[in-house]
Design a protein. Structure first.
Length: 404
């Protein structure tokens, strides 16, 4: 372990100076403790420092380090908290990987061309979808001009799309490193984020990806299918159908033909699904999507629930009457209870779960995102806790019934 620390500190001393563009520390060992950290150089009162942005739960923390202190910080991170560190400078890219047995591997590669480093303390935030780079679906959405400039009135939407992609970026190390990624987006709607996920994974990350967007509305499916053809997104298809009835293919073959408008059965991923996304699927449709994801053994689940009426109709608890007698408070409490049950049931079924804040596309109060990453083993204690709570409240949710 001491030898590992020595190599990491030597690497940091060699790369951390005014040539540094950024450091990204990812693939956390415990997401509840810290999910990700990014470091960049800044000039403070005429001195070169290194500013860390650490993501803990739904909070962001900033701290400045001098060079030696940063080297110790990264060494500590790699010993205790993370398995991957990427260092980008104007001249090279270095990667530190830590195996499950604690063995480190350091690779360094010279980069072609040059990259400007902005040392200003309050420089423009670096987004996954960069300002100034035209993206077809952002242009059609009215977020960008044809030159890639962000339209001022749509800047919030631009930030929201990037925020969702940050959730994807965080869990990328947990997905299979080779082969095709199969993703299903339940209740895809106008599919702004579906297109964003495809663009990020296929165009920016270079992954072979097949995404199926499912929605009940025939006109929406026709429109999105046409856009996929227009953009040449051959791994993206849209299917009309109900979440509860949808099943993945049996033969493991993904049909390359994109459905342009009739909303037929469409191509299906076969045998496995790596990621299930469900954004604003109404009421118990979210539960059907989560149940499918669990049954298929999806590696990652990302869910932003929408309207939630089921618990509100059932909840009956004398001890909570001072709250439940007010309709608005009862509605909000019921929604939070619903999501708490969902999160705990995912844990029960072997997922590491985070409940995060997500500002959605329509600026509504529905801004909770449930993120589950599959891990080894199930949490047998979660089932008992959920049952105790739901019995106390005299409720039984759709997800409980579906996964019995």
């Amino acid at each position: 372990m001491e030898e590992n620390r020595k190599h990491i500190i030597e690497l940091m001393r060699d790369t951390v100076d005014e040539r540094l563009y950024q450091i990204t520390v990812s693939n956390p060992r415990n997401r509840e403790k810290i999910a990700k950290a990014k470091i960049r150089p800044v000039m403070l009162k005429g001195s070169l420092c290194f500013q860390e942005t650490a993501y803990v739960g739904n909070q962001v923390f900033h701290k400045n380090f001098e060079k030696e202190a940063l080297a110790e910080r990264i060494a500590e991170y790699m010993e205790e908290d993370f398995r991957q560190c990427e260092i980008e400078t104007t001249q090279e890219r270095a990667v530190i990987l830590v195996s499950k047995k604690g063995k480190i591997n350091i690779s360094r590669k010279k980069t072609e061309g040059s990259r400007d480093v902005d040392l200003s303390h309050n420089r423009t935030k670096s987004y996954i979808l960069e300002e100034g780079r035209p993206v077809p679906f952002l242009i059609d959405l009215g977020v960008q001009t044809k030159e890639g400039k962000i339209i001022r009135a749509k800047y919030d939407k631009f930030k929201q799309i990037n925020r969702f992609l940050e959730f994807i970026e965080d869990i990328l190390p947990t997905l299979p490193k080779e082969g095709t990624l199969h993703i299903i987006d339940f209740g895809c709607g106008k599919s702004y984020l579906t297109f964003a996920v495809y663009y990020y994974l296929n165009k920016l990350q270079g992954r072979d990806v097949k995404i199926t967007g499912l929605d009940l509305k025939k006109e929406v499916i026709r429109h999105c299918g046409g856009l996929a053809v227009k953009y040449g997104y051959n791994g993206l298809c849209f299917v009309q159908g109900d979440i509860g009835d949808y099943e993945i293919g049996e033969d493991g073959i993904w049909n390359e033909e994109i459905q342009e408008g009739e909303g037929g059965t469409g191509p299906k991923p076969g045998k496995k699904v790596d990621m299930v996304i469900t954004l604003h699927a109404c009421d118990t449709a979210t539960d059907h999507a989560l149940a499918k994801a669990v049954e298929w053994g999806a590696e990652v689940i990302l869910s932003v629930p929408c309207c939630q009426h089921e618990v509100n109709k059932q909840i009956d608890c004398g001890e909570l009457q001072p709250i439940l007698k007010y309709g608005l408070l009862k509605e909000r409490m019921s929604a939070l209870i619903t999501d708490a049950v969902r999160a705990n049931i995912l844990e029960e079924n072997g997922y590491q779960v985070q409940v995060l804040e997500f500002i959605d596309m329509e600026h509504t109060p529905k801004n909770i995102l449930i993120r589950g990453v599959k891990k080894k083993g199930k949490d047998k204690t979660a089932a008992g806790r959920v049952k105790e709570m739901t019995d106390f409240l005299h409720i039984e949710t759709a997800l409980q019934k579906l996964l019995q």
